[in-house]
Write a protein that binds this ligand. Structure first.
Ligand SMILES: [Fe+2]
Length: 302
């Protein structure tokens, strides 16, 4: 698929200094003021101070300018008005959420293929570990007032594919990850979480503990394993009220996605997690979390 990854997120937050401090502790590298990089994905989080918490822009990576031509044609055919400030950049406002979608030509993040056979375990490594550094931004999950419309935008105009429609949400992917964007039904647009891939289940735990040891109140939900994606997860509450997820998957860099992530028709209701702690009642509560675009709680949607 020519659109190959969720490249970056641009947010504005009211508690800027605390938000940046959280993501430094989360393991992202601040390469410039408010600009954070993962270990392998480059700059993937851009933070600015603002009056309210807002998702401003989502950046999606494409292979070549010709891929942007195809996306532009698809958007125009669907009645949207994308801008092309250069051959390697396309901008369009997603109408349901109001979030700007920026599609840019940029390199893929090469998959890390695990060595075959039984994994080696170095117990010395399990004792004292350096700070966990997320490998890359994997996905975002947003609440939005019209899941069907936003689903059509990203599948029909941008060519994303549906991996699953479960637990009242639609899960969309570009490539081999189970999902890069997912949307939950809500009365307004808000960011539920950003998810950052780490190298192992151990790193999910180490990453979470390094934040929880610093501030117990960041702990939200983990360790567990999602049912739909089979990702191992741990969710931490960031200072905007949204969640930051460390996750690991044995599958997403490995599989031929066409054979693996096809949605199962008429599947039984699927729980959030195959195993893990009880789902905290605050897990899906949008209070105080990063909103986006024109709609706010209590306001009418577009
Ligand atoms: Fe997630």
């Amino acid at each position: 698929m020519p659109l190959h990854r969720l490249s970056a997120v641009h947010v504005r937050v009211a508690r800027y200094a605390e938000f940046c401090d959280f993501y430094r502790r989360f393991g992202l590298e601040e390469i410039a003021s408010g600009r954070f990089a993962s270990a392998r994905g480059g700059q993937q989080l851009h933070v600015e101070p603002g009056d309210r918490n807002t998702v401003v822009e989502i950046v999606i990576g494409a292979d070549a300018p010709s891929d942007l031509d195809a996306v532009e044609a698809g958007l125009q055919a669907a009645g949207h008005t994308p801008e092309r400030p250069s051959s390697e950049t396309l901008l369009v406002a997603e109408p349901t959420t109001g979030i700007t979608i920026r599609v840019t030509v940029e390199p893929r993040v090469p998959a890390i293929r695990p060595r075959g056979g039984i994994p080696e375990v170095n117990r010395a490594e399990l004792v004292g570990r350096a700070r966990v550094r997320p490998q890359r931004l994997g996905h975002m999950v947003l609440g939005c007032p019209d899941v069907d419309a936003v689903n059509r935008f990203f599948t029909e105009c941008l060519g994303m594919r549906i991996s699953d429609e479960v637990i009242g949400a639609v899960f969309l992917r570009f490539d081999t990850d189970h999902h890069n964007l997912a949307f939950l039904r809500s009365d307004h647009t808000w960011l539920h979480h950003m998810a950052w891939k780490v190298g192992s289940v151990d790193e999910v735990g180490y990453g979470a503990m390094q934040l929880i040891d610093h501030d117990q109140s960041t702990n939200c939900y983990g360790l567990g394993r999602h049912a739909a994606s089979a990702n191992y997860f741990w969710y931490l509450r960031d200072p905007s009220g949204s969640l930051a997820e460390y996750y690991h998957s044995e599958f997403d860099d490995l599989v031929d996605d066409a054979e693996f992530w096809n949605p199962v028709p008429n599947q039984a209701p699927m729980p959030v997690a195959s195993w893990g702690p009880s789902l905290p009642p605050t897990f899906f509560a949008p209070t105080g979390q990063l909103s986006a675009g024109a709609t706010q709680p209590g306001e009418e949607g577009p």
